[in-house]
Design a protein around this ligand. Structure first.
Ligand SMILES: NC(=O)c1ccc[n+]([C@@H]2O[C@H](COP(=O)([O-])OP(=O)(O)OC[C@H]3O[C@@H](n4cnc5c(N)ncnc54)[C@H](O)[C@@H]3O)[C@@H](O)[C@H]2O)c1
Length: 368
């Protein structure tokens, strides 16, 4: 009997519709070859939802996402909604989905695809293939913050001039659950885990380091490396191919994952996954935005979204064969020289052919 998965599809705005349709086409084709049925339900979020319902994340969308097995998101936002008040901006939909679905781990693979090495700003990037696991719902973005006004009385004196503060707060439970995801991922890969922290200065970082060392006893095959974040930022540039899985806090992960994204260049190529409790739907999306400048022109690179669908099959459903077949089809398509506009400058110019969203999607399906 065929296995069945219910996917909530949230195209969002700009190129969102084109890239999610492309990814679903590929996903359906790859799944049917493995006796898997994909059912999709389209939901509205972002600017499209503001236009239709007056708010970026309607109840129907968050409810539909919760009822699904996994969520595929395009991107939200665009100049049309730039003047909307902050609480109602399209980007609030992403935060609402993350908190509504309890997605505490963001997983971003950083891979240089064969033929796209020239997209890296590094001179000799080598073979880069690592994953960043970023804690997503704790840390300084969610800790107590505020401003003390000049003249406020604190226990240790009166404030002279205003004081603004943010606090980095992590519980053992929050750290352990993300460490476990990272250790488990490392076990399935090259068995090396790098913890990035600032344990020489921050108390919370020392807790991360102690817990990581404790957990490493349960994973004797995984080599645990601990790096201070400033050093890690340098090492990502100087020895990127030495990393396998990197795990870190919300703030450090936010910064390092953008740095890592740049190392492999092309924004249209990079997928991501956000996951939470086991058995609950995860959210899969490309890392780029809604690219309003090229929306509706058959110019969007759908490969980041297609690769996000592959991540969904592997991480959510354990469908390694389907995931691999999609990733391999993307590799073959790039090797055949097909490129969308954002990556045309990359590769051997004799072999490279500029195509649109529809044509590159068709080629991926043919290469499955
Ligand atoms: N997760 C999200 O939904 C998300 C993330 C980032 C930005 N945004 C929003 O997207 C809107 C546009 O933001 P931006 O212009 O700063 O970033 P962007 O990523 O949308 O675009 C930056 C540049 O990259 C190009 N580009 C992006 N994705 C591409 C693709 N798949 N194929 C080909 N070219 C691609 C665009 O054409 C543009 O020139 C803003 O409203 C922003 O807030 C949303």
């Amino acid at each position: 009997m065929a296995k069945k998965y219910n996917i909530a599809v949230i195209p969002g705005d700009g190129i969102g519709q084109e890239i999610t349709s492309a990814a679903i086409e590929v996903l359906e084709a790859a799944s049917s070859r493995n006796n898997i049925e994909i059912f999709t339900k389209e939901l509205t979020a972002g600017g499209a939802a503001i236009d239709k319902f007056g708010l970026p994340l309607p109840q129907e969308t968050i409810g539909g996402a919760k009822d699904s097995d996994a969520v595929l998101l395009g991107a939200v936002g665009g100049p049309k909604w730039d003047t909307v008040e902050p609480e109602l901006r399209p980007e609030r939909a992403i935060l609402g989905l993350r908190s509504g679905l309890g997605l505490y781990a963001n997983i971003r693979p950083v891979v240089i695809h064969e033929g796209l090495e020239a997209a890296s700003p590094l001179k000799n990037p080598g073979k880069i293939d690592f994953i960043i696991v970023r804690e997503l719902t704790g840390g300084i973005y969610f800790g107590k913050n505020g401003v003390y006004q000049s003249g406020d009385r604190l226990p240790d004196g009166t404030v002279k001039g205003k004081i603004a503060y943010d606090t980095e707060v992590y519980s053992e439970g929050e750290i352990n659950r993300i460490l476990k995801i990272a250790f488990d991922l490392a076990m399935k890969r090259r068995k090396k885990l790098t913890l990035v922290d600032k344990a020489n200065v921050l108390v919370s970082s020392r807790m991360w380091r102690n817990l990581a060392r404790q957990m490493s006893f349960d994973y004797p095959d995984v080599e645990l490396e601990c790096l201070y974040v400033d050093n890690a930022a340098m090492q990502l540039i100087s020895r990127p191919s030495s990393f396998d899985v990197i795990v870190t806090s919300n703030l450090f992960g936010d910064i390092l994952s953008d740095e890592a994204g740049q190392i492999v260049g092309s924004i249209g190529m990079l997928p991501s996954a956000s996951i939470g409790e086991e058995g609950k739907p995860g959210l899969f999306e490309p890392i780029h935005g809604s690219a309003p400048d090229i929306a509706g022109q058959n110019r969007a690179n759908p490969l980041g979204t297609i690769l996000s669908a592959a991540m969904m099959m592997r991480i959510m459903f354990g469908e390694e064969e389907v995931a691999y077949s999609i990733e391999n089809a993307v590799r073959k398509t790039l090797a055949s020289g097909l490129r969308t506009g954002d990556i045309t400058f990359v590769g051997d110019s004799n072999n490279v052919k500029l195509v649109g969203t529809a044509e590159i999607t068709k080629a991926v399906i043919e290469n499955l």
